[in-house]
Design a protein around this ligand. Structure first.
Ligand code: ADP
Length: 362
């Protein structure tokens, strides 16, 4: 292949890069064929020309071109699809970001509302503790009075014994020991009052429910007497301990007892009965119930009586049951009422068993 042909091929290739060029060469000119292909010829046909071969090679080139055209169209479509996909992704990302921000704002609002409700609940709980304290004050005063009187009389006796000649030290020691024991009793009562007035979380510990009931019943003996009510305790022996805050569990019982005393107050003296029971409950719970022989609760009020400030009493606050239920629930338990009109009401409180006592022995 001469220099002229090379120059012609070079300029043709530049001018019409996309037009396939078929190079015609001598059948045995393999070097020329290689150079032509290197310079951009699409294919070579050998002289002398065979018609079928030429037609086949031209067809091949046309097919290659058509395929290249289709490929480039696909490329354009792909680029288009990628651009719209990217736009869609950007749009969805923006939407999701806005949604996340909206949810974050909502969460913040919910948290604020939750905190507000919690604060209101705490206030209510505090208010209720203070009002329960009033109910307890009379019996606690009675409980303090007795050891204080004993301390006074033992101290006076000790003074007299010391004034003897010679002083009676053995008797003085006995009087002083009684003073110490009585003082400890007073301290325990005061400690209980402080715990009741303190605001705060439940401090869960293992509690013997029967002991708590016995203790509370003793505290409430004065209130029972002034209502003319007979309180009967039916405590199941050998119950597992419950998990909870002793003071708060007692507070629930105090509220239920105060209500029961109110409920029986309108009955004839011999029919003013309040029964406090403890018994094994269902699903890892122990049950405490207070049943009275009052008028009962109308079926339509059985749930409403637990709403804060629901009261049917002229001087009622309507917070006792609401707080008692929230205490029961804070313990992982439940408080509910059952009543048959005219046959009194029963308030039942289920409290969870202390984990160690829940495991089967051995
Ligand atoms: P309060 O005693 O101040 O009204 P509570 O929340 O303790 O507040 O009680 C709400 C209401 O539930 C009472 O006003 C009364 O109508 C009803 N109730 C509570 N205990 C009894 C009961 N043992 N028998 C009948 N009704 C009761």
């Amino acid at each position: 292949m001469g220099a002229r042909l090379t120059a012609a091929l070079t300029s043709s290739a530049r001018a019409a890069r996309d037009i396939p060029i078929l190079l015609m060469i001598q059948r045995d000119d393999t070097a020329g064929q290689g150079r032509g292909l290197a310079l951009g010829a699409a294919d070579c046909v050998a002289k002398p020309l065979l018609r079928e071969e030429l037609v086949a090679r031209v067809r091949t080139q046309l097919a290659v071109r058509a395929a290249a055209g289709a490929l480039s169209e696909m490329d354009d479509e792909l680029a288009c699809a990628r651009a719209s996909l990217e736009a869609e992704v950007a749009r969805r990302t923006e939407q999701l970001r806005a949604e996340v921000q909206r949810l974050q704002r909502k969460l913040k609002l919910n948290r604020a509302a939750e905190l507000k409700a919690q604060r209101a609940q705490d206030e209510l709980a505090h208010l209720n503790r203070v009002s329960s304290m009033r109910e307890l004050a009379a019996s606690i005063a009675h409980e303090l009075n007795q050891p204080l009187a004993a301390i006074l009389s033992n101290a006076q006796a000790a003074l007299r014994l010391l004034a003897r000649t010679p002083p009676d030290t053995a008797e003085t020691r006995a009087a002083l020991e009684d003073i110490v024991a009585d003082d400890r009793r007073v301290a325990r009562v005061i400690q209980r009052m402080r715990a009741m007035l303190r605001r705060g979380e439940i401090s869960a510990a293992a509690q013997d429910l029967n002991e708590l009931v016995g203790d509370t019943a003793r505290h409430m003996a004065g209130a029972a007497a002034s209502a003319g009510a007979t309180v009967r305790l039916e405590l199941a022996p050998g119950l597992p301990r419950v998990r909870g805050d002793g003071v708060q569990v007692q507070q629930v019982l105090v509220n239920l007892l105060v209500n029961a005393f109110d409920a029986v107050a309108g009955r004839p003296p011999e029919a003013r009965l309040v029964v406090v029971r403890t018994l094994p409950g269902e699903g890892g719970h122990v049950e405490l119930s207070v049943a009275d022989s009052g008028e009962g609760v109308p079926p339509e009020d059985l749930e409403r009586i637990f709403e804060p400030f629901f009261t049917t009493k002229a001087r009622g606050l309507g917070v006792g049951l609401a707080i008692s239920r929230s205490i029961a629930e804070a313990h992982g338990g439940r408080l509910w009422a059952e009543s048959s009109p005219g046959e009194g009401a029963t308030f039942r409180c289920a409290l969870p068993v202390w984990e160690e006592d829940a495991r089967p022995a051995g």
